[in-house]
Design a protein around this ligand. Structure first.
Ligand SMILES: [Zn+2]
Length: 194
């Protein structure tokens, strides 16, 4: 006991200072912690802060009230009656009463090509790595390369210009490309077979 008393007499002052420093540190820690919590709850209450991708595309269908005459097959083989062979159908064949074809979202006309297999084909580039492809169109188009288009703008009319799908008659061969890969258009659109 005497040793402790002697120790406290000698070093008691330092012990008190030490305790004060620890107490101060804890207090600062608590205050800082409280402020952190406040910041977190503030940002959660304000959704504007948490929006990291402001580029939100909205979509419309490429035809008015379309019927799906041939579905997207991915890598699965489907019978092509025109060419009389099995092949992957990486798009959707659509028909509608008025045959009018529309841009599915805002974008820019990337290319217009004409060949005997795919007919007149328009590619529109959108944001977020998306491109929409409109094949088997009548060559009389409503747009030209480089045009900026808005969702729902008419591109042209569906026709039977695609030689590889001629037996389908007038239709739109529609494809959706995401980051260079042809994807199921139903990932973004609601096209139900009728
Ligand atoms: Zn097709």
């Amino acid at each position: 006991m005497n040793k402790i008393k002697l120790f406290m007499k000698k070093y008691g002052y330092y012990c008190m200072v030490g305790l004060l420093v620890v107490a101060l540190g804890v207090t600062i820690g608590i205050v800082a912690g409280t402020e952190d919590n406040k910041l977190v709850s503030n940002s959660a209450d304000n959704p504007v802060i948490s929006v990291t991708n402001p580029e939100v595309l909205s979509f419309t269908l490429p035809m008015e009230n379309p019927s799906v005459v041939k579905d997207y097959s991915g890598t699965e083989l489907m019978w092509n009656s025109t060419l009389a062979w099995w092949e992957a159908h990486e798009g959707m064949d659509l028909t509608s009463d008025n045959n009018m074809v529309f841009a599915i979202a805002d974008g820019e006309v990337l290319s217009i090509t004409e060949d005997s297999l795919e007919g007149t084909k328009v590619v529109i580039k959108h944001s977020n790595g998306l491109e929409s492809v409109y094949g088997s169109l009548n060559s009389d188009l409503k747009i030209k390369q480089g045009d900026k288009v808005k969702k729902g703008d008419q591109i042209g009319t569906a026709s039977d210009t695609a030689g590889n799908e001629q037996k389908t008659g007038a239709h739109l061969h529609f494809e959706l490309i995401e980051d260079g890969n042809k994807i199921d258009p139903n990932n973004y659109l609601e096209l139900e077979p009728k």
